[in-house]
Design a protein around this ligand. Structure first.
Ligand code: PLP
Length: 435
């Protein structure tokens, strides 16, 4: 595997070294290492840090989050309804305080993004606009290992439009004895059935394998066949450089509670390509928050569509949850996604290097070995393992994620995981495997 370190192309399998001292040295030399102190790291009963490898499921809490939320609680206590305009961060335009940082994190223009609702809700709203089936072109293409919520959402859209959810769903599947998806196979599907497909909806980074798809390539292919193309970037936002605008995708959605560290069930993000920003003919569901801001409170006007992603909002949003998002985005803004991704590649490369020492008879890494085709997560298939392995890891202080029948998903997150975390995790796994 090749990665770039200080602009030099290096082969990581001979680049990294074994031993705890090496890990500690990497942490000392890591310019982002101090950010770990800005997060609450969960602890065991003895008060020692757990090895938290599940930032792909629920990101950790920034220590600053509490004061951001407290600010809004205080303004609410002191101002009541006046807080909408008089709060330190007025609530009426609060979502606008998140726009610039959100756009930066996902590589979009400000007009293309908005924070609203929750993820699956946004996916449905996007399909109201971008899934416009006809009698002959009504199918939806997803990856066969799509996140269950996405699959259920897509199936229900098919039924909602009166189609059979089995006939209408096309799966992009891995080949036999493989886990990853191949673009040649997508090309074949599109060549054969492209004119029946209305929408391609892919998880930008697959939640199970960690495969980071080439969004631009998929979009280009889809558009060549006149399909709409959207991505669920729940596992991409805050993890990889998404470049959503350049991808050309019609829409994308993501949550903020995974890599974006904004708290359980927090609000989600939504991207709508600039080329749709002023298209009032596009079908959509609307509410008073999709209406022109300057006349919104006249309350009696005819509906006047807001341009851009904001025009897909429905309701006035939960400020407390947005405050948590602001706390987190302020950290991302300070670090920048470039630096994060650079550390991430090194940290995950090191993780891969250590795991490979366990030998092919013990584990297999499903995630692509090319760092450009993955984020920080590695999905590790442990041969002959069952869930007792996961339980033992938990007892040993490693918080990881188990997927039946035999896969552990681990995500060393560059903002708060250390090289030492990665080292200790693999040592613990090794001990358990050697029992
Ligand atoms: C985490 C995740 C979800 C969860 O959806 P919610 O609406 O936030 O509950 C959906 N899709 C993908 C791809 C995910 O990774």
């Amino acid at each position: 595997m090749l990665i770039f370190v200080r602009n030099r192309k290096i082969n990581t399998l001979s680049y990294f070294k074994l031993g705890l001292n090496y890990a500690k040295k990497q942490d000392q030399n890591d310019e982002l290492s101090t950010y770990r102190n800005q997060f609450h790291i969960p602890k065991n009963k003895q008060g020692n840090d757990l090895i938290y490898m599940t930032g792909n499921s629920l990101g950790l809490q920034p220590k600053s989050t509490k004061s951001y939320i407290n600010q809004e609680l205080e303004d609410w206590a002191n101002l009541g309804v006046e807080g909408h305009t008089e709060a330190k961060n007025p609530w009426l335009p609060y979502h606008e305080f998140l726009t610039k940082s959100t756009a930066k994190v996902v590589g979009a223009k400000p007009i293309e993004v908005v924070v609203m609702n929750t993820l699956t809700t946004n996916l449905h709203l996007m399909m109201v606009s971008f899934y416009q089936p006809t009698k002959t072109r009504f199918k939806i293409l997803i990856e066969s290992d799509a996140f269950p919520s996405d699959k259920y959402a897509v199936e229900s859209q098919l039924r909602h439009h009166g189609f059979d959810d089995k006939e209408g769903l096309i799966l992009w599947k891995p080949r036999e004895n493989e886990e990853l998806l191949r673009y040649e196979d997508l090309e074949t599907i599109l060549k054969e059935q492209g004119d029946e497909i209305a929408l391609i909806m892919i998880g930008g980074v697959n939640y199970y394998t960690g495969q980071y798809f080439d969004l631009k390539r998929i979009t280009k292919l889809g558009h060549q066949h006149d399909c709409m193309v959207g991505f669920d970037c729940a596992h991409g936002a805050g993890n990889v450089k998404l470049n959503l605008h350049d991808s050309g995708a019609d829409f994308a959605v993501w949550c903020t509670y995974k890599y974006l560290n904004s708290g359980p069930g927090s609000l989600a993000g939504c991207f709508i390509n600039e080329r749709h920003a002023h298209n009032k003919a596009l079908n959509r569901f609307t509410g008073w928050w999709s209406h022109n801001k300057t006349t919104r409170f006249n309350m009696r006007d005819e509906f006047d569509q807001l341009p851009g992603a904001e025009g897909w909002q429905l309701s006035n949003p939960p400020i407390l949850s947005m405050a948590a998002i602001k706390a987190s985005l302020d950290i991302f803004n300070e670090v920048g996604i470039e630096k994060l991704v650079k550390k991430s590649k090194k940290l995950t490369g090191y993780f891969e290097f250590l795991l490979k020492q366990l030998g092919e008879n013990a584990i297999k890494i499903i995630t692509p070995s090319n760092p450009e085709e993955r984020g920080c997560q590695l999905s590790i298939q442990v041969l002959n393992a069952d869930k007792t392995l996961h339980n033992k890891l938990t007892e040993a202080g490693v918080i990881s994620d188990w997927r039946e029948p035999d896969v552990i998903r681990c995500a060393p997150v560059p903002l708060y995981n250390s090289f030492e975390d990665v080292y200790l995790m693999v040592e613990k796994l090794k001990l358990i495997l050697n029992e």
